[in-house]
Design a binder for this molecule. Structure first.
Ligand code: 0PR
Length: 387
């Protein structure tokens, strides 16, 4: 295969063919994704830093400085001065780092098998983590509002509890666990608490008073040890841009590995060679949009979610699962199962996903989804259900 070379023209013709097989966010037909079309200014910054490698930061001190500024800004957003952390490949890597730190801390004092208390709604990255780190999972059921049942947590705490995990913006329904209460429990038992705000981290801080009220979900809660917050979801950054923040610098240091022959003598990330381009994109977005810009983006997404909620509630044979807290909405129908609905909507060109707990159709209303797309979607849905 490799002994036959292609001309540049042929290559790009082929690339175009591959690209044409893909869905595009711009079509407005992707209602199943937590990613979106990266902002043009972020792509420009990304391209500018495409050759950088934060795995060897001494060669790229400017990019490395930019990473510390991003961590500082994300910390500020989540009410933490002097945050420690990194921009990583995504929520999975961020969650792995937090749980690795919790395990190392646990092992300094305990010999038993480390146990992790997490809600049934936790993202599947925790399945990988439980297996990779050989943890024992203590799963907290969901309450009638599909949130981690806080009243069940203390029963699961043992001397081998390594960490509690709670979610700010669940993957399936976009709901926020009662982090204030969970933080009190973790703090009073001196247990490591990690908040997975991979999705909610770039939404909740920008909600208006009517939607946010006096909700506290971040480092304001003193029991919170670390948080995941992903720029490549509602932050509008290109992939791969995840974020992990630690309250205590010495916690990040638990991950440090000596790298004697590199320009800096230690690394505190899982990934070695890693792009600085995503860092440049995130730095750019945070400075370009600021609080005001992100508030507008979130406001639009929430308004569209509320519009969709209202319309779905009026539709014959549709039951909306719960009142949305973020820009996710789920529903079922009494005349077709979620899986059949997903398939039939697929045939109309829509990409929706099916949540497992509960078994419902799930829509994520990311910024690439506009009102005209939703109107067409609702017309098609009505036809699929009642046509
Ligand atoms: N934590 C939460 C709460 C998440 O929702 C996700 C991903 C992760 C962690 C893991 O993040 P990474 O995928 O960045 O490692 N949530 C989405 C999901 O699983 C990811 C996604 C995005 C899936 C776009 C599909 C897609 O088209 O649904």
């Amino acid at each position: 295969m490799l002994d036959k070379r292609m001309t540049k023209e042929d290559i790009f013709e082929n690339l175009k063919k591959f690209q044409d097989m893909d869905m595009s966010y711009e079509s407005g037909r992707i209602l199943s994704s937590m990613c979106t079309k990266p902002d043009p200014i972020a792509m420009e910054a990304y391209k500018m830093f495409i050759e950088t490698n934060l795995g060897d930061p001494g060669l790229f001190p400017g990019t490395s400085l930019m990473e510390s500024e991003v961590i500082e800004m994300l910390g500020h957003l989540l009410h933490l001065e002097n945050a420690s952390g990194h921009l990583v490949t995504g929520g999975t890597e961020a969650n792995i780092m937090a749980m690795a730190v919790a395990k190392y801390l646990f092992q300094e004092k305990h010999e038993g098998v480390p146990e992790i208390i997490l809600p049934e709604s936790a993202h599947f990255s925790f399945k990988k983590i439980i297996s990779m780190l050989s943890l024992e999972a203590k799963v907290v059921p969901l309450d009638e509002n599909y949130k981690m049942d806080v009243s069940k947590i203390e029963d699961l705490i043992t001397e081998n509890t390594m960490a509690i995990v709670a979610i700010a913006g669940t993957t399936e329904l976009g709901l926020i666990d009662d982090i204030e209460k969970i933080s009190e429990i973790a703090y009073s038992h001196d247990i490591y608490l990690h908040i997975d705000a991979a999705f909610g981290g770039f939404v909740i801080p920008f909600l208006d008073d009517e939607h946010k009220g006096d909700l506290n979900f971040d480092f304001k809660c003193k029991g919170v040890s670390s948080m995941t917050i992903d720029p490549h979801k509602m932050g509008l950054a290109p992939v791969p841009a995840g974020g992990i923040l630690f309250r205590h610098a010495e916690h990040l240091e638990k991950l440090a590995v000596k790298t004697p022959y590199l320009s800096k003598n230690k690394q505190t990330t899982i990934v070695g060679t890693r792009t600085g381009a995503a860092t440049a994109a995130t730095w750019t977005l945070l400075n370009y949009y600021g609080m005001e810009g992100y508030r507008k983006i979130v406001k639009n997404a929430i308004e569209l979610t509320e519009y969709t909620y209202k319309k779905l509630n009026l539709m014959k044979n549709v039951t909306v699962t719960c009142k949305p807290e973020l820009n996710l909405i789920s529903f079922t129908s009494n005349n077709k199962s979620a899986d059949i609905l997903k398939q039939e909507l697929y045939d109309y060109g829509w990409r929706v996903s099916v949540a497992q707990r509960p078994h419902v159709v799930r829509l994520v209303l990311m910024p690439h989804v506009k009102k005209e797309h939703i109107d067409r979607f609702l017309t098609d849905l009505n036809e699929v259900l009642n046509g």
